[in-house]
Design a binder for this molecule. Sequence first.
Ligand code: FAD
Length: 482
Amino acid sequence: MNRREFSKCVLAAGAGLGVNVTSAGETSGDYYHEPGKKLPIRKFDVVVAGAGTAGVVTALAAARQGARTALIEVKGYPGGTVTEGGTALHSFYNLWKAFDVERRQVVRGIPQEIIDRLMKVGACSGHAEMSKGYNYDSVCTCIDTELYKLVTFEMLVEAGVHVFVNTMLVGAVMDGARIRGAVVESRSGREAFYGKCFVDCTAYGDLAAYAGASFTEPNDYPVVNSIGVANVSVEKLYDYLNRHDAVTQLARGMRSGQDNQIVRIQGSLANVSRDFHEEARKIGMSMVTTTVHDNYWMFIKLNFKMPVSPTNRDAVTRAELELRQRQYRAVELFRKYVPGCEKAFMARTSPKLCIRRGRLIQCDYDITHEDVIEGRHFDDEVMVYGFHDSAPHLQVKDGGTYGFPYKAQRVAGIENLLAAGMLITSDHRAHMSTRNTVCCMGQGQGAGTAAALCAAKKCGTRDLRYGELRDALNKGGVYFEA
Ligand SMILES: Cc1cc2nc3c(=O)[nH]c(=O)nc-3n(C[C@H](O)[C@H](O)[C@H](O)COP(=O)(O)OP(=O)(O)OC[C@H]3O[C@@H](n4cnc5c(N)ncnc54)[C@H](O)[C@@H]3O)c2cc1C
């Protein structure tokens, strides 16, 4: 059966045409009392939950400080949303175009090391300068999502991290306000990973929630999925959008071994075709692509607003089907409207829907919009950052940086738990900066380094001397200029 016949067949059978998940109904009201179990204990210095954007860097930083480090990941690979959401990293550089300030790289250290390793295997565009769109930002660093998983996996193993993939964090063993262990579940059974210090990098704050920390669930973003589309022509897409004066973002960098190629493109479908725009609107689709290979691109944004928080399993099940139906329709739209995409097909999907905010965990300090925009600095910084997702409308004052304080990573009420990634910062506008991939990675280096020092000193996260943390971060190549 060829592709066209298959399409007709599945359309007739209902694919993408409103097949719905049957409600599982209410629970019965009865309870099963699970018998207590004896769990085998493994002992570590630092336990990191979640091997995503922040978690990979956290575990690398902790292991490089000499900590015996465990990394728990429910999927079969590290990478997280950086390989499943936007698939590009904004932004290693500070803002500079708006203010004529000197161009400089404000996130360095381990995040840059990952880029260096990706470049060696042709899995990264390099820091490709935006020539259109995000006018006051600087670069977009596009990645090969599959090689990102492999490269980071190898780096973790090389650093001596004990990587546990296909392993889900399912609970916490508490001793008052201290976590003694993370309870994990895999096909090898249920175990307790004891540790001296813990870092929650699960994006949803699972470990913090199990430990009894306070959190909110704002449900203020749509859920999204991204797809890898193959058999496409990036040049033809550009020509098509350009002909309609519809190119809104453009960056050129390394693609399939050649420099100065289009690696990120965004178009306004409203300019292109009313029908295309109308059909795309129905499935929450906007035309944003990143690529590091000819004939392939990633990331069509397919937004779907869930009525309840994405921690609700049954609502997520419905959303997962909805997003897959939208993915199918999105590729059909490409095939129908975009020259060079006549034989496009869906080559890859995210294993699960992506979110921008799930649970937000309460920490000792909550970074505010003013902290970001005013470029405020703190006396306990673990990194500095300068990018805002809403550039050019919102940007850090004078093209400078703001500081990321250590206290913003200490989970309130828990003695030995830090957090890194999109699970912190409750202010919606501040979060549009702190959740960015490169900020999450930088936070990881801060949290992992601090956790290892706390474990070595056998102290709580609030008892760590900042001078020691700063020295270790300086040695790790972290940049601190305002
Ligand atoms: C569609 C979309 C587009 C985006 N576009 C951009 C962009 O262009 N540029 C940019 O800079 N940022 C972008 N972002 C934001 C950015 O990608 C995320 O904020 C960031 O990657 C989050 O990193 P994280 O480490 O907090 O979470 P993740 O990278 O999601 O890592 C969490 C990890 O924890 C694991 N995990 C979760 N729960 C458990 C558990 N119970 N047990 C074991 N493992 C668990 C997950 O499997 C995952 O690997 C985008 C986000 C989305 C959703």
